[in-house]
Write a protein that binds this ligand. Structure first.
Ligand SMILES: [Zn+2]
Length: 261
């Protein structure tokens, strides 16, 4: 392993931003992401408005679109959850942990809704609890890497849902990922693990984290207006559990980078 030189580490923040919760169809919007040396500011994009291609419109297995961030893992991504940060409103911690692990497994294996083989064989494993917190600031920027791949809950400003930071070496194109952290907003009532009967302006925890693990492994965004049915869409409708698996474009893009067959 090369010695870690913080001067070589580059950061990328990918952020889900809560749109106006007073909008008729509360969608989550994502900031545009940019690559920069050092700290990356996160600039929320404009609200996307009405869903143009929500996951229930049937395009999920017909849309091959996908984008790649550039860097990828060459070794196993071993990650941990800071269970102490799980907010009480989510209930049983074991259920929350199971949701997060399921999300990671979905991306790891390529589990999808399109009947394609879930055998991508990306190397990932859940390594248990940690006391470390994600190196993500409340404003949605990337902090210092600490050598631990941590998923934790905490405060995020500006209605951010979750933020994934990736640290990598080499150029962005074909870079080698060495750490990833995910911070999930702990605002009470923001997420659910099982869709509530009177659901409104709440988001599926597992689907959101599937999206974030997509980033962790290297997937970028696709535009909600054209690709709103895919898991890597930059807008995520509320109260939908349709994004827990991968859509066609999410799958194909991962397979191109990691697939073995
Ligand atoms: Zn995103």
């Amino acid at each position: 392993m090369p010695k870690i030189d913080s001067g070589l580490a580059k950061l990328l923040a990918l952020v889900l931003v809560a749109g106006s919760l007073t909008a008729p169809s509360a969608t989550m919007n994502v900031s545009r992401s940019a690559v920069a040396r050092g700290w990356l500011p996160v600039i929320p994009g404009p609200p996307v408005g009405e869903p143009a291609g929500a996951a229930d419109t049937g395009g999920r297995c017909a849309d091959p679109a996908g984008t790649w961030l550039g860097m990828r893992w060459r070794n196993e991504l071993r990650w941990r959850i800071n269970e102490q940060t799980i907010p009480a409103y989510l209930g049983d911690r074991a259920t929350v942990v199971a949701s997060l692990r399921s999300a990671a497994t979905t991306v790891d294996t390529g589990r999808n809704d399109c009947g394609l083989p879930a055998n991508l064989g990306i190397q990932e494993s859940y390594a248990g609890r940690t006391d470390h917190k994600a190196g993500v600031t409340a404003a949605g920027g990337c902090g210092e890497r600490d050598g631990h791949n941590a998923v934790s809950f905490g405060r995020l400003e500006q209605g951010l849902l979750a933020v994934t930071c990736i640290w990598w070496f080499g150029g962005k194109e074909n870079g080698r990922s060495v750490e990833t952290d995910v911070l999930i907003d702990d605002t009470e009532g923001l997420f659910f693990t099982t869709t509530p009967a009177d659901c409104s302006s709440r988001w599926d925890l597992e689907g959101t984290v599937t999206h974030e693990f997509g980033h962790a492994f290297g997937l970028g965004h696709v535009a909600f207006a054209e690709h709103g049915a895919l898991t890597m869409t930059d807008g995520l409708p509320d109260c939908s559990t349709a994004y827990r698996g991968l859509g066609l474009g999410d799958y194909l893009t991962l397979k191109q980078q990691y697939g073995t067959n």
